[in-house]
Design a protein around this ligand. Structure first.
Ligand code: G
Ligand code: G
Ligand code: MN
Ligand code: NA
Length: 254
């Protein structure tokens, strides 16, 4: 059982860590960004998957404490990369609805960036459609405030939620991430292929960046290139990796 008490401990006792997965330009094969994903290393139970503990954390304000830890560590990582003279790549963090609606999210982030001397372009926020189902107006205000402070926003897991099109029209989002279920099925399933094509066309028409998630094969990458999606993320390039392996992964991509 994943008890809420254990999660409190995870934050206090430094059991959380970040792994990073590159987003890759399919033409140049260079990394164009990184996604930070949280991991929980429990002393006796080993690695807990975020798909197990994030939903539990979302029942209370634990998610806010976890994600503020994630944001701080992502910004700290950028400061470290900068001090090591490494090329600048924006790092995206995943936020839940409670984070978006939590008081002072934007001042918290701008404060962090100032504290570490990191420019806002170094950070991106990924949100899912489930974020918008309630509180659309408030979400729009927060995303706009993030944009105003120079932080760009992505719509994650696109195509799996509801009313996607209405959100695209109403929310200030710069990037659309095609859910991996489309990437996985588009070469097998005619309907999935046509839907993925339509999503890419729509994203391009809206002048959004488009990232295909879950790219696992060369065939998927070639299909994406041929259909106008130029950024991919997935095991074909690299799984999410711990910080000590990251630079080597980035340099090996090309
Ligand atoms: O990394 P992995 O594929 O196991 O992630 C599983 C799920 O957990 C994904 O939906 C991902 O968006 C979510 N997730 C990963 N890291 C974070 C995080 O730091 N904060 C939040 N809120 N969700 C995360
Ligand atoms: O919901 P979100 O897109 O933030 O979560 C990304 C999740 O997908 C992470 O848990 C990550 O480990 C996983 N992931 C990343 N690349 C691939 C891939 O190529 N295939 C599969 N099956 N999962 C992936
Ligand atoms: Mn994501
Ligand atoms: Na996703």
């Amino acid at each position: 059982y994943l008890l809420e008490r254990d999660l409190d401990e995870a934050i206090e006792r430094d059991q959380l860590s970040l792994v990073f997965q590159p987003k890759v330009d399919l033409i140049s094969r260079k990394a164009v960004g990184l996604e930070a994903l949280v991991r929980w290393n429990h002393p006796t139970r080993g690695q807990n998957s975020p798909s197990a503990f994030i939903p539990i954390a979302e029942h209370s304000d634990q998610i806010i404490r976890i994600d503020r830890w994630v944001m701080r560590n992502a910004v700290a990582k950028q400061a470290e990369r900068h001090s090591e003279g490494l090329p600048s790549l924006p790092i995206a963090v995943n936020l839940s609805i409670a984070d978006i609606l939590s008081p002072n999210l934007v001042p918290y982030l701008t404060g962090l960036l100032a504290e570490y001397g990191v420019p806002p372009q170094a950070l991106e926020i990924e949100v899912t459609e489930s974020c918008f189902m309630r509180q659309l107006a408030e979400t729009r205000n927060v995303l706009r405030a993030l944009n105003d402070s120079g932080i760009s926003t992505s719509l994650d897991d696109f195509g799996t939620g509801f009313s996607s099109l209405s959100y695209l029209r109403q929310l200030p989002l710069q990037c659309l991430k095609i859910d991996q279920s489309f990437t996985h099925s588009m070469l097998q399933d005619h309907n999935a292929e046509k839907l993925t094509q339509a999503i890419v066309a729509m994203g391009n028409a809206l002048k959004m960046k488009i990232v295909a998630e879950g790219v696992e094969t060369r065939e998927q990458m070639n299909w994406l290139l041929a259909h106008g999606c130029h950024i991919g993320q997935g095991y074909y390039f690299s799984p999410p990796v711990p910080p000590e392996d990251l630079q080597q992964v980035i340099e090996r991509l090309e």
